[in-house]
Each structure stands twice: as C-alpha cells, then as structure tokens.
Design a protein around this ligand. Structure first.
Ligand code: FES
Length: 288
C-alpha cells in the first residue's frame, strides 16, 4: 500500500470518529435540556438519601435550588387586607360621669347660682325704696323745739343737709289761702307752722341758698327768686320750690320723707304776701 493511501485512510477514520462524537453530544444536550442535572449528580443524590438512613423528607437538590432563588427574591410581601370594622360611638350612660366632671359641674353650677342670686339681690335693692336714713327715704330732723331754735339762729332759715331741704316758719294767718293751693300731705306740717322745701332749683337744679337781707331764697345760677315759703317771685324757674311731705310725731319729732317730692306751686302763687325785706343777693328783683 502506498503512503498516500494510508494517509487517506487515516483521515477518513478521524473524520468518521469526529462525526460520531459530535452527534452523540448533540443528542444528549437535546434530551436533558438546559439546567438538567447530570446523571452523576442524580446518582449522588440518591446515594446521599440512602446514607441518611431513611430521611425521605430531605430536600432534593432542585428543592434547595428553588429555596435559594426564593431567598434571593426582592419582591415586596403583600400583607393581607385588614378587616375594616365600622366605629360605633360609646354610650354616654355606659361611660357615666367621672368624679372630676362631677366636681367641675358642681363648681360651675354653684358659681352661676351665686352670681345670679347676687345680681337679683342687687337689682331688687336698687329698685326698693329706702325706708329710713339718708336722702331718698325718711330723714329724722329732730324735735320741733330744736327746729324752732335752728330757724331763729339761721335768721329765718333752717337747713337740713341730710334731707337736702330747707325748713322755714309758715305763718298761721296764711293757712286759709294755703288750704286752697297745697295738697294735704304738705298742709300737715304747714298747720304746725313749718314749710319743708327741696334745696334743688326747679329751673336747672342748682342748690338754692337763702338771702338774709331780702329774706327770700335767691338762686345764684340764673337769678330765680322765691319768697321764704318757696313761692316763685322772679327769674326763669318754671314754678315755686319743690317740697317734701313731713310728719310730726306725738313726741314732737319731725321727719321728712325725701322719697316723695311734690312739685312747687305754680307761678303767681303768693299765700303769705311776703315781699323782699331788704337788698337782694342776686342783683335785683326779676320780672318773670
Ligand atoms: S338753676 Fe336756679 S335759676 Fe337756674
């Protein structure tokens, strides 16, 4: 055989063996697929199970691999939806009143009652006429003997500051005419010889002083003039001096009721006929 024939036969053998090996490997890959365990690995797993003497629950390699994949997972666990329960308000009667609430409510209630009672008492006291003592009520002046002395000492005029009033002597011979002008509550003391007049000028409210020279009352504010009985003689005043009723007790004590005011006699009233007894204190006799 020639050398060329030997070389050709050798090349043919190598080509045939290579083809056989190639097709054999290709077929095994198609049967098991990617990721399939090799026969050696399967056999080692079976041998390991036998060595563990009946531990049939031992995970297989595929189970271990699946567990590893799950452990490396970054997926967010989704929690089951919580059950929503509808809110029901508690029953106040079941809750009841705590001790703190009780004391708070009791304190507020007592304060409210106290303030209300105080306000009611103050309101009633404000409206209630004062019975005795001080201006606005009954003012006890004193015994008539002391009043007579006071009139004499005051040159015909006796001032009672507690009653804000003047007392002068009323002539008995003027009573018949006075009976036709004045109300009974004033005549009570006029019959006993006294006239009680408010110090407040009926024009604009100034305090009216006596004028010792004229023996009249003469207002310094606008010049109104009144005789000693408070009957208007001149000036802008709309009437004579206002009066307060008074009483004289059986013990001879005179009390003025300053809670009652009687309007002065109208302009033109002149029961005593007293004219000015000297110079005026307010610049002359007016013509009103
Ligand atoms: S207030 Fe007395 S005259 Fe005017």
């Amino acid at each position: 055989m020639s050398t060329a024939a030997v070389i050709a036969i050798a090349i043919g053998v190598v080509v045939v063996l290579g083809a056989i090996s190639f097709f054999t490997l290709a077929r095994r890959s198609d049967v098991r697929g990617a990721g399939a365990l090799s026969g050696e690995t399967v056999q080692r797993d079976r041998a390991a199970r036998k060595q563990h003497d009946g531990v049939v629950d031992a995970p297989t390699a595929s189970e271990v691999e699946a567990a590893g994949v799950a452990a490396r997972s970054t997926a967010v666990e989704v929690r089951p939806q919580a059950e929503v329960v509808e809110w029901t308000p508690p029953d106040p009667e079941m809750i009841g009143v705590t001790r703190r609430q009780f004391f708070n409510r009791a304190t507020v209630s007592l304060m409210g009652v106290g303030i209300g009672a105080f306000a009611a008492a103050a309101f009633v006291a404000f409206l209630w006429p004062s019975g005795t003592g001080g201006f606005g009520g009954l003012v006890t002046v004193g015994k008539v003997d002391a009043i007579n002395a006071g009139i004499k000492q005051g040159n015909g005029f006796f001032y009672v500051p507690e009653a804000r009033s003047w007392i002068t002597a009323y002539p008995a011979d003027a009573l018949p005419l006075a009976e036709t002008v004045y109300v009974e509550s004033l005549l009570v003391t006029m019959r006993d010889g006294y006239t009680i007049m408010s110090q407040k000028c009926p024009h604009l409210g100034c305090r009216i002083p006596q004028c010792n020279t004229s023996q009249w009352f003469e207002c310094q504010c606008h010049g109104s003039q009144y005789n000693r009985n408070g009957e208007k003689k001149a000036g802008p005043a709309p009437r004579g001096m206002d009066r307060h009723p008074a009483t004289i007790s059986t013990a001879g004590v005179l009390t003025i009721n300053t809670g009652v005011k009687v309007a002065g006699p109208p302009i033109g009233t002149n029961t005593t006929g007293q004219e000015a007894e000297g110079p005026h204190c307010t610049g002359g006799e007016g013509k009103h």
